[in-house]
Structure formats: structure tokens, C-alpha cells
Design a protein around this ligand. Structure first.
Ligand SMILES: [Mn+2]
Length: 299
């Protein structure tokens, strides 16, 4: 493993993407997280941060059958890929503010390109493991986990074979997964800790297993956090809410354990939708979870 101990240099990269989702509004997610005073709080923690601004998708682009807004998503993700790669090369930890979850198809391959083998921990109510054929909607935010694991759609990964190995890919918090998607996750060899396993084994046990699976034999762990993993009573600003999710404390515990493992190389915080939120409750929570992953503790 490359030395990621005390990595206190952080780059914030926003991407105003909402073309992968069915509802508009997550393009304002980066602003919501910034308005939660993320930079003042990073200063308080003594973290050296840079704000690399927001990537804004182009106005027009191609759609393909089964891949809505494919052209714009792939083009914006290519810019995200370059930014994430540049940060990693400079020894800085990229934190990507989405945007819908399709942006992970730009960030994860950059981490793989830079570090070689990278484990992925995907914290989400959904599987995000569809491809063009299996997706019922054609919404590309339901496909990035599949894409970064090399299971398609190929259009989302134009950078070269910078895939995460599904044997080091872990899903945490699933509670709304299509039947075909479930089959695809199994066949790919992704480890899934659904909300039921979390209930049975406890979040701490699940996360320590996830760190073992994603971290053993890899050069780093990419954490992709979809805020809809958290129960919608606590995170109402999401486009695809699913009842009975992670509690806020479970989400913080996951972040604290991921900080302590010292293997996290990069992170996405996605799907904050300010239009659907209540007084930026979800934006504030997303901000605090990022800080927790960077080492903010309660005591
Ligand atoms: Mn997602």
C-alpha cells in the first residue's frame, strides 16, 4: 500500500450532474454541501484543502438507446476523471461532491489508474449495478457500480481498462435492488451487505468485514457514498428515497471506521437534492459525514 497515513491534503471537486437521475435537482448538491460550511470546518480540523470548483455538464449531447444523456454524462465524467487523477498524482485526497451517482464512473477509474488495484465500498440503498440491457429506466445513475467493476455499460468507461476488481468491491446498505441486478451482483462476485445483514451482524462488524475485503491486496479504498443509504427521515433530500435505511449514527460509525483504517484514497458524496431537502438537513449531513471520514471525532 502506498503511504496514506495522515493524508491531510484534500481536494474538493464538485460536479453539477443530474442527467443520470430521473428527478432534477442533484446538480445543486455541491452548493448545498459547500453552504454547510465545509471549508471553515476543514480549517478547524487543520486540513490543507483546495476547492477545485464545479464541473458543469454541456447543454447538449447524445442519448443512446437505454442510456439516457450518455453523451453529456461521459463527457463531464471525462473531465472529472482528469481532475481526480491530477489530485491523486499531487498526493491529495479527492472528495467528489455530486451530482447523481453516475459521477463515480469518472472518479473510480482515476483512482484505479493511479494506484493500480483499488477496493470499492459502495454505500447505497440501491445496487447501481445495471447495464444497458438490465436497466428498466435507462437512467445512468443506476449503472456506475457495474461500470467501474467492468460489467458495463462500456460507454461509461472510455478511459481504458481501469476497473475495480469485483472481488474487492463491497455494497453496504442495499434495500432496493431489482431481481436481475441482484443476479448480476452475485455473478460478478461483489460482496453485498444488505440492510438485513446490518440488522443481524451490526454495522461495525459489517464495516470491518468490508474493509478487509476491499483493503486486502489493494493499494487503497475508494468510498462511494450515496446519501440515500441513510434513512429518509434523516436524509429527506434525495430523489429515490427508500424507507428504513441506515441510522445517522450507523452512517457516522462507518465513516469513523473508514478513517481509522487509513486506507481510503478517494471518496464520492452523491445524490444530495436540495430541491427535495428541508432546510439543508441532507446537505449538512453529507458535509458532516465527509468530515468524519477525514477524521473528525466526537470526543
Ligand atoms: Mn447510488
Amino acid at each position: 500500500m502506498k503511504n496514506m497515513k495522515n493524508m491531510k491534503k484534500v481536494d474538493i471537486i464538485g460536479i453539477q450532474m443530474d442527467l443520470g437521475a430521473s428527478k432534477r435537482g442533484v446538480n445543486m448538491g455541491p452548493a448545498a454541501i459547500r453552504h454547510a460550511d465545509i471549508f471553515a470546518k476543514l480549517d478547524d480540523m487543520g486540513i490543507d484543502w483546495r476547492d477545485k470548483g464545479d464541473i458543469i455538464p454541456q447543454m447538449d449531447g447524445e442519448s443512446k438507446p437505454g442510456l439516457k444523456h450518455c453523451g453529456q454524462i461521459v463527457e463531464a465524467n471525462a473531465r472529472l476523471y482528469s481532475e481526480v487523477l491530477e489530485s491523486l498524482k499531487g498526493g491529495r485526497m479527492p472528495i467528489v461532491l455530486g451530482g447523481d451517482h453516475s459521477v463515480a464512473a469518472g472518479s473510480v477509474p482515476a483512482a484505479v489508474r493511479h494506484l493500480g488495484a483499488v477496493g470499492v465500498i459502495w454505500i447505497d440503498a440501491h445496487g447501481d449495478f445495471n447495464n444497458r440491457q438490465s436497466s428498466p429506466s435507462g437512467n445512468m445513475h443506476g449503472m456506475p457500480f457495474s461500470a467501474v467493476c467492468g460489467c458495463g455499460p462500456e460507454e461509461m468507461m472510455p478511459y481504458g481498462p481501469y476497473f475495480a476488481d469485483p472481488r474487492h468491491a463491497v455494497q453496504i446498505g442495499a434495500r432496493d435492488v431489482d431481481a436481475v441486478e441482484r443476479q448480476r451482483l452475485r455473478e460478478a462476485g461483489v460482496t453485498v451487505f444488505s440492510i438485513t445483514e446490518i440488522d443481524r451482524m451490526g454495522l461495525a462488524h459489517v464495516v470491518s468485514r468490508a474493509i478487509e475485503i476491499a483493503g486486502a491486496g489493494t493499494q487503497g479504498i475508494h468510498v462511494s457514498f450515496d446519501i440515500d443509504a441513510v434513512t429518509p427521515d434523516e436524509a429527506p433530500g434525495v430523489g429515490t428515497p427508500v424507507h428504513s435505511g441506515l441510522t445517522v449514527r450507523e452512517a457516522f460509525l462507518a465513516m469513523e471506521m473508514l478513517y481509522e483504517c487509513r486506507q481510503v484514497c478517494s471518496m464520492d458524496m452523491v445524490e444530495v437534492n436540495p430541491i427535495l431537502d428541508i432546510q439543508n438537513k441532507t446537505g449538512n449531513l453529507a458535509c458532516e459525514l465527509i468530515l468524519s471520514l477525514l477524521g473528525k471525532t466526537v470526543f
